[in-house]
Write a protein that binds this ligand. Structure first.
Ligand code: FMN
Length: 217
């Protein structure tokens, strides 16, 4: 073994997460924890790992920034023509992990994925800085390129073609996805590895209701 990390662990002596502390809905609970993550000044608390799989079930994962959440789910913006876009086209399901190490917490989400629609995608596109719009518009995410110089040149050309005061149109392949949760797990590290895991699970039989399970750590 090149590096032995087997002794690298922290004891998670925190207040834990008990059923009595849990909010009534996953979104209220997420709200609380997200506020804690912001208050703790975690770097990019809205950065989330998104796992997808292709038609053969081969997994893939990457980080994106969550642009918003509500009872309907978590929204992020990307290219529909990217690798993740191709995977979601054939297998519209994803898992998310918010890795809030400094708080000894993670939130795990599973669910189906849908596109947010044109108007909502425009709302995600419009506030992006011009540089980010240019970069998204000048290249097709996840395709191979011959060189960085080629990308820079494409970007420069698009920049020159579009006057500064003119809005860059949203590329048709760029937009938002919503992960509609069917489970949301709140994981709190505990002392002596007796971590707390409470999971909201959508109860399809109950017409969209939710129930909570405790999971062994
Ligand atoms: C902190 C961070 C935030 C990112 N945010 C986004 C994002 O919001 N949307 C996006 O498409 N890619 C984002 N990326 C880049 C992705 O991780 C990834 O490289 C890209 O989406 C292509 O992924 P794919 O080839 O699996 O489709 C981010 C990367 C990091 C490290």
């Amino acid at each position: 073994m090149v590096a032995d990390l087997s002794r690298m662990r922290r004891d998670y002596a925190t207040r834990g997460l008990r059923e009595d502390d849990l909010a009534g809905t996953w979104v209220e609970q997420f709200d609380r924890w997200f506020a804690d993550a912001v208050a703790a000044e975690l770097p990019e608390p809205n950065a989330v790992v998104v796992a997808t799989a292709d038609a053969d079930g081969a997994p893939d994962a990457r980080i994106v920034l969550v642009k918003g959440y509500d009872e309907a789910g978590f929204v992020f913006a990307t290219s529909y023509a990217s690798a993740k876009g191709a995977q979601l086209a054939v297998n519209p399901r994803a898992a998310l992990v918010f890795p809030w190490h400094a708080l000894q917490r993670q939130v795990r989400v599973t669910g189906r994925v849908e596109r947010v629609g044109e108007a909502a995608s425009d709302d995600l596109w419009d506030p992006r800085p011009r540089g980010a719009q240019l970069a998204a518009a000048a290249s097709v995410q996840s395709t191979t390129v011959d060189s960085r110089a080629e990308l820079v040149e494409r970007l420069r050309r698009l920049d020159a073609e579009t006057p500064e005061d003119e809005k860059l149109p949203r590329p048709a392949v760029w937009g938002g996805y919503r992960v509609v949760p069917d489970s949301v797990e709140f994981w709190q590290g505990g002392a002596d590895r007796l971590h707390d895991r409470l999971r909201f699970v959508r109860d399809d039989a109950e017409g969209g209701g939710w129930f909570v399970q405790r999971l062994a750590p």
